[in-house]
Design a protein around this ligand. Structure first.
Ligand SMILES: Nc1ncnc2c1ncn2[C@@H]1O[C@H](COP(=O)(O)OP(=O)(O)OP(=O)(O)O)[C@@H](O)[C@H]1O
Ligand SMILES: [Mg+2]
Length: 486
């Protein structure tokens, strides 16, 4: 096979796999099958109608002559009139009758019968034919249907003459031939017309899908703004387009978040590194006293701790996202846990002039990853301490109802503006960047709290009023979290 031929064949094979081709082929085949079935059944009905009317006609003629022969065997005038005159009087449906005696000698026949039919052939075919009915061609190419019957003579019926009726069915044959010609022309036209129409309809139908594919092809990570315009689409495709657009909205949002996240990481890593570098450069510019070196090393250590905390937080968030993140659940006395966190922050709360207390209705023992929950609570309490002015108070409570364990950290601090509230769980989000900078926050604390809650199968909610205080609630499902409620 030459290369060009092979290429053409591959193109054709690929084309045969397209949806438009399959739809068009299906439509054309169904249409053709319907046309063939409809026209063939009409043809069969017509054929049987014509045959039936010829049979009735022949039966009629045979009956008349047989009745005459049976009832009035010697009335030759009546017989002659029936056979010779009646037949020749008809012009729209020509037929011929002949009467033979039992020895096959001719008694009577329609005048001119021998001109139309080869009588010896008729006799031979009548003898040969198994049925009493057969078809033969006339001398001038006409079609005849011939029926042969015995006609008992007289009432006693001792002997029987032979009666033969030949009906010219050329007109019927012509009607059927014309019908067949029509049938083939319609079929041929349908073979050309149906695939073309089918193809047009299929192309029209899948055009929106092609438009969607084109839009999808244009979309890349730097071009997530593109949307499909579903106006004028059929319902199914409009809803597909809407689903696709929604997916793009979510993708765009995720991409934006990721790029914001990367920028924030870069920024937050650069600051402590720059600080360390600056301190070191200044220190090395000239000779320093031991005291000065100690100071520089101290602040470098501070920055390094900040850096390593940040990296630790980022690593934690990355690991928590992995589906393989495992919890090390152990029976945990929640009242003891919150008391431990309180103790840990007591000094810093005291320094800030804020009262910090922990209360628990009843001792709850739950299956929790202690270190993670402790980390989450630490983040919440450190936020509360950082944002509560002197004289304020912070309260940690734990309570369990039938379905969930709820640990709450509330404060009477600065609060969070309502417009910032939905975003406080986003990574690197800080309400007031300058304020947070003073507090040294990186904006990962609440994101970590949320990850920990989700790892436990629970949720975290925040409620806050500017100037009045903030309440963060960790809800952990009890079926998993609670082991005993002593
Ligand atoms: N109790 C609170 N009162 C007022 N504002 C709060 C409180 N908790 C959180 N916020 C605000 O929400 C922001 C996000 O808190 P988050 O704990 O995630 O970050 P951060 O405290 O700034 O930094 P990090 O916790 O990573 O050191 C904070 O910057 C702060 O503005
Ligand atoms: Mg924080």
């Amino acid at each position: 096979m030459s290369r060009r031929l092979r290429d053409r064949f591959t193109t054709l094979a690929r084309y045969a796999e397209t949806l438009a081709f399959r739809l068009a082929a299906g439509y054309a085949l169904a249409g053709l099958a319907f046309i063939v079935l409809a026209t063939a059944s009409l043809y069969l009905v017509l054929l049987s109608q014509l045959e039936q009317s010829t049979s009735l006609f022949i039966g009629d003629k045979l009956n008349v002559v047989r009745t005459l022969l049976r009832d009035r065997p010697s009335d030759w005038d009546a017989l002659r009139e029936e056979i010779q005159l009646e037949t020749s009087a008809r012009s729209y449906q020509r037929f011929y009758i002949r009467l033979l005696d039992p020895h096959r000698s001719l008694l009577l026949s329609t005048p001119g019968m021998a001109d139309q039919l080869d009588l010896s052939q008729l006799s031979a075919q009548a003898l040969k034919s198994n049925s009493s009915d057969f078809e033969m061609r006339g001398r001038h190419g006409q079609h005849f249907r011939v029926a042969t019957a015995l006609a008992p003579v007289g009432r006693d019926g001792t002997s029987s003459d032979i009666l033969q009726v030949a009906v010219d069915i050329s007109k019927e044959k012509e009607i059927l031939a014309r019908y067949r010609r029509w049938f083939w022309s319609i079929l041929l036209a349908a073979c050309v017309f149906l695939p073309l129409v089918g193809f047009r309809i299929a192309r029209q139908g899948i055009r929106p899908v092609e438009a969607m594919a084109a839009t999808a092809r244009r979309i890349s990570s730097s071009n997530l703004r593109e949307r499909i315009r579903p106006e004028g689409y059929p319902f199914e495709l409009a809803s597909l387009a809407a689903t696709f657009n929604n997916m793009l909205d979510r993708l765009e949002e995720s991409f934006e978040q990721i790029s914001r996240f990367s920028a924030d990481i870069a920024h937050d890593l650069r600051t402590p590194v720059n600080n360390i570098r600056g301190e070191a450069e200044v220190a090395l510019a000239r000779a320093r006293t031991v005291e000065e070196y100690r100071d520089v090393l101290g602040s470098c250590l501070e920055e390094a701790v900040r850096l390593s905390n940040l990296i630790g937080d980022l690593l934690f968030l990355a690991r928590a996202e992995s589906p393989l993140a495992l919890l090390r659940r152990e029976p945990t006395n929640v009242a003891e846990l919150i008391a431990r966190v309180r103790e840990y922050y007591e000094a810093s709360a005291c320094d800030a002039g804020v009262s910090l207390s922990a209360s628990s209705d009843e001792p709850v023992i739950a299956a929790l990853d202690q270190s993670l929950i402790q980390r989450a609570l630490s983040n919440l309490v450190s936020n509360a301490v950082a944002h509560t002015p002197a004289g304020g108070s912070i309260l940690m409570t734990a309570k369990a109802n039938s379905s969930a364990l709820q640990i709450e950290v509330s404060d009477t601090g600065l609060g969070i503006p309502a417009e910032a509230l939905p975003r406080v769980f986003d990574r690197f989000f800080r309400v007031d960047t300058s304020r947070s900078r003073i507090f040294g926050g990186t904006g990962l604390g609440l994101a970590i709290v949320q990850s920990i809650a989700q790892l436990h199968g629970g949720q975290v909610h925040i409620a806050s009023k500017l100037g009045q205080g903030t309440r963060v609630t960790l809800s952990l499902p009890l079926s998993v979290a609670n082991m005993t409620n002593s």
